[in-house]
Write a protein that binds this ligand. Structure first.
Ligand SMILES: [Zn+2]
Length: 81
């Protein structure tokens, strides 16, 4: 797995919707890549922040497609610095 693939899968992972073989590859990349570990932390913090918004703006328990797209965009921007 490379970093691009990792980024694509972060929201799937956080949704708990990842299958086991993919999760294994995801976690293997995570242990080897400091960049992605940092970004995953930031992703989690962003989601925690979104979780403080009124319930109707973020359907529980997963992320809406729109929120997930927005996070992915923010994540990419972060990686570009
Ligand atoms: Zn990486």
């Amino acid at each position: 797995m490379n970093c691009d693939e990792f980024v694509e899968l972060v929201t799937v992972f956080l949704d708990g919707a990842m299958d086991e073989p993919t999760e294994l590859r995801f976690l293997t990349h995570l242990t080897r890549c400091d960049d992605c570990e940092t970004c995953l932390d930031q992703f989690r913090q962003t989601i925690a922040m979104l979780g403080e918004l009124p319930a109707q703006s973020l359907p529980a328990p997963g992320l809406s497609g729109e929120a997930s797209d927005r996070l992915r965009g923010a994540f990419r921007a972060m990686r570009r610095g």
